[in-house]
Design a protein around this ligand. Structure first.
Ligand code: N01
Length: 584
């Protein structure tokens, strides 16, 4: 067996090289697109490989009915080009998936990105050649190229989780995963449909599928909190006001732990009396969406404070859902906002429809599928189609799909077996010249994604430019700095209630994965400050050409715009951790 494996590795390490580049980028979502733009500006020869048929990444694949962004459109957009900011017009407060995809296409056209992107091509391996200090990148098109730098822009939520249900192959109906939705759409008219999962994807798609299907059965393992989006057509006056002051808005957003600007109440939740507190909750509920978490300062730090928000949200569900048993089952019992808070348009209301049924599988899991449906402990359900809204192998899943081998042939999957280990979520020791955009250990999914992406890309572009300009060959994190960062990421996560439940943030949505809090929860500006310091100190914590010290001061070009001022009015988990004190 070992012999076979050795042979396989040998074959993998001697591919025929068809081209050489300065940099290869894996993925043409918002991260890969912007990385390409920056590296081309620096005069590098770059090639992007993308598994999908066009740009857009997560927005290319997630085409399920109702898919839309949960960050307001005016903030969920690139900020690097003022011209782009000014000319693009969003049609709704929260943009729907087709419009975000159109935006990605528009950016690709405007900056002529597609000419350096190879579509419909999945990278299968990236192997570091220590003799030549370059990466050999192979694809499923039987093609291998080399590159000095390899940048993983593979996304945080891109590897669909399809639970291994017994006998699923026997099922003769249609199967869909929300994260890999057919491009031609799906017509459920006249069908009995099942949906498994009640996370954001289900919460967005359930109301629309219920409008079409004859019947919809929702299989719920864990109830989820959701705040209404109150989505609306874009108010032109609002859009113009934002466009007139975009730099100020972006700067304010960068100062916030979440990287998003929204009203925030500095008061602790237990300070006002119940009646006054509920009035404040109602105000934030009426604004809708994720900003509800800003109703009080300590909702994600103090369990008692959190329970007041949880109770408010549960009461809303009970007000909306007419059937008492269904309403009770839909009421979550875990910490409010611990799993990613969902944002909906009529999710709970949908359970008042005669054709929609909720099945609680929390203690009666799905046992198996059969030819025309599925079986739980004691009930058999029949349906024509099943929708898996079962989420993703978050943060690390897309890395695991690629055979990434660093120094000494060490595999990244092996190195990350007990949880991802990175320095700042940007790079990992033993893998020289390999960068990741919004990798585990960076704020990524806990901040506005495009903002997180832009900050990483600018930092990586400046770093690569420095290596190239100084004539150095390699850069990679120092093990001890990486270890300290991993420890810090874990320590900071403990001050937040978000670390307390079985969410995809900790990998607990999938059986057998290590339980590690993966994104950096210390706050976007705190993190950005750290990245800036590392750069200003000549890439502190990195080995350059295998050596520490004797730093040449870097020329900082793109990272300059990320010199943020921490918004001291808003509670940052890193601040809290540093003070080692509970929040008021
Ligand atoms: O995935 P999820 P998602 N048997 O992991 C259940 C982003 N996003 O695709 O909670 C039965 O949240 C699982 O149950 P449990 C956003 O960041 C954004 O909905 O693990 N059930 C859960 O209910 C979001 O958080 C938008 O007990 C099983 C569901 O499947 C992230 O993507 C829109 C199961 C999965 O929920 C992921 O959201 C959509 C099993 N074996 C997504 N396995 C925006 O608005 C899993 N489940 C931008």
């Amino acid at each position: 067996m070992k012999k076979n494996l050795d042979k396989k590795n040998e074959e993998a390490q001697t591919p025929t090289i068809t081209a050489s580049f300065d940099a290869v980028i894996v993925g043409a979502g918002f991260g890969g697109m912007y990385m390409l733009h920056r590296l081309r500006e620096l005069g590098l020869r770059v090639r992007v490989f993308e598994a999908g048929g066009d740009v857009g990444g997560t927005w290319y694949w997630n085409r399920y009915p109702g898919a839309r962004c949960d960050v307001e459109s005016m903030q969920y957009s690139y900020s690097f080009s003022e011209e782009l900011e000014q000319e693009w017009e969003w049609s709704e407060k929260y943009a729907p998936q087709p419009e975000i995809l159109k935006y990605a296409g528009y950016v690709a056209d405007k900056f002529r990105l597609r000419r350096d992107i190879v579509f419909n091509t999945r990278v299968t391996s990236a192997i570091f050649d220590e003799g030549k200090n370059h990466w050999i990148i192979s694809t499923d098109a039987n093609n291998s190229v080399t590159a000095r730098f390899c940048i993983m822009a593979v996304g945080c939520l891109s590897s669909a989780n399809r639970p291994n249900f017994k006998n699923l192959d026997l099922f003769k109906g249609s199967q869909f995963h929300t994260g890999e939705w057919p491009h031609e759409g799906v017509d459920f008219t006249g069908q009995d449909v099942a949906i498994i999962g009640t996370g954001s994807s289900a919460i967005q798609s359930v109301p629309l599928i219920a409008r079409q299907a004859s019947s919809l059965t929702v299989f719920q393992r864990t109830a989820n909190y959701s705040v209404p989006a109150w989505n609306s057509k874009m108010d032109l006056e609002y859009q113009n006001t934002i466009k007139a002051g975009y730099p100020a808005l972006r700067a304010q957003a960068r100062g916030r732990p979440s990287g998003v600007m929204f009203p925030f109440n500095f008061q602790p939740a237990l300070e006002p009396l119940e009646e006054e507190r509920d009035k404040i909750y109602q105000e934030f509920w009426d604004r809708g969406g994720l900003p509800f978490l800003g109703a009080f300062s300590d909702l994600l730090f103090d369990a008692k404070a959190n329970e007041t928000a949880a109770e408010f949200a549960r009461n809303k569900i009970k007000e909306i859902v007419k059937d008492k048993t269904t309403a009770e089952l839909l009421c979550p019992t875990n910490v409010f906002g611990c799993k990613r808070l969902c944002v909906d348009s009529g999710y709970f209301e949908t359970f008042n429809k005669a054709n929609v049924k909720l099945v609680d599988i929390s203690d009666k899991p799905i046992q198996e599928f059969d030819i025309d449906g599925l079986v739980t402990k004691d009930v058999k359900y029949k349906f024509d189609s099943v929708v898996f809204a079962t989420g993703f192998a978050a943060m690390t899943g897309s890395f695991e799909k690629i055979n990434i081998l660093g120094r000494g042939g060490i595999s990244l999957s092996k190195k990350w077996e007990a949880g991802p280990r990175t320095y700042l979520g940007l790079a990992t020791s033993g893998f020289p010249n390999l960068f990741m955009i919004t990798g585990p250990g960076s704020p990524s999914v806990l901040a506005s994604m495009i903002q997180s992406i832009e900050q990483h890309v600018d930092w990586i572009a400046d770093c690569i430019n420095h290596i190239v300009k100084t004539g150095a060959e390699t850069i990679e994190p120092i093990q001890s700095f990486e270890d300290d960062w991993v420890e810090h990421v874990t320590e900071v996560s403990k001050v937040s209630l978000r670390s307390t439940c079985s969410s995809w943030y900790v990998g607990a949505n999938i059986e057998g994965r290590p339980r590690v809090f993966m994104p950096y929860i210390g706050g976007f500006p705190v993190y950005v400050d750290r990245c800036n310091d590392v750069m200003t100190r000549g890439y502190e914590g990195f080995l350059i050409n295998g050596e520490e010290g004797d730093r040449k001061m870097p020329q900082i070009k793109y990272t300059e715009r990320w010199r943020v001022t921490l918004d001291k009015d808003v509670m940052s988990p890193a601040d809290v951790a540093a003070r080692n004190a509970p929040v008021l």
